[in-house]
Ligand binder design. Structure first.
Ligand code: CA
Length: 226
């Protein structure tokens, strides 16, 4: 279970990271709203603990923008006592729960467990296989079939398809796709992404000119829809 902790109080980051790690969670922390947003959109987390008063971008804005991008990770918001917070606004923007500082770590752990239970029951992870339209993907064997017939994909096409399907519903910019699929060391241009997307559509979409699954989000990038 992997948690993203977006918090600017160094003491709290240390305490929570220690306690959560001791409980068996993997913890990644970000010290301001922009860094938190970047982490949340570039990696998969099971839960985001999000402080409201943050440098650069406040928790409300981070939460709203994550939901707009299609990131559905549960969000537990933290608020300091005495801060005027608008719970209704937070919930409207997509937060799942609130906790007021200072809090007992035991209380935080209980909330985390409750949120994770809730999200596990609705989540639909890819367990070795995925399917959409008339396409089936066997992740372990790296095999893709369309109407039962094998489809030849290059290693990069498969990696790109896998990344999109595993992060379905989330919009990814061309740069993010380059980083995640091709890797930081690679030097291809964003045009490479467009070309591979076009090849995937050609091979997998019913109508590649009007893709039902591998969709373009104008001005932003691409996303996968079932
Ligand atoms: Ca703060």
């Amino acid at each position: 279970m992997k948690i993203l902790l977006v918090e600017d109080e160094k003491g709290l980051i240390l305490t929570l990271t220690d306690r959560l790690t001791a409980e068996g969670y993997e913890v990644v922390s970000a010290a301001d709203g922009e860094a938190g947003f970047r982490s949340a959109t570039s990696d998969n987390f099971d839960l985001i603990i999000l402080d409201i008063m943050l440098p650069k971008k406040n928790g409300y804005d981070v939460c709203r923008d994550l939901r707009r991008r299609g990131v559905e990770t549960p969000v537990l918001m933290l608020t300091a006592k005495g801060e005027t917070i608008d719970k209704v606004l937070g919930l409207k923007l997509g937060a799942d729960d609130y906790l007021t500082k200072p809090f007992e770590v035991a209380e935080l752990l209980a909330r985390i467990e409750a949120l994770m239970r809730r999200s596990r029951s609705v989540k639909d992870p890819i367990n070795g296989a995925a399917a959409f339209g008339n396409v089936t993907i066997d992740l372990a064997r790296a095999e893709v079939r369309r109407s039962g017939e094998p489809v030849e994909l290059s290693a990069m096409e498969f990696k790109l398809l896998r990344f999109l399907v595993e992060n379905r519903g989330v919009v990814h910019s061309r740069d993010e796709l380059l980083d995640h699929v091709w890797g930081y060391d690679a030097m291809p241009s964003t045009r490479t992404v467009d070309v591979h997307i076009a090849w995937l559509r050609q091979k997998l979409e019913e109508n590649p000119k009007r893709p039902a699954h591998i969709q373009t989000v104008h001005g932003m990038g691409y996303k996968f829809c079932e």
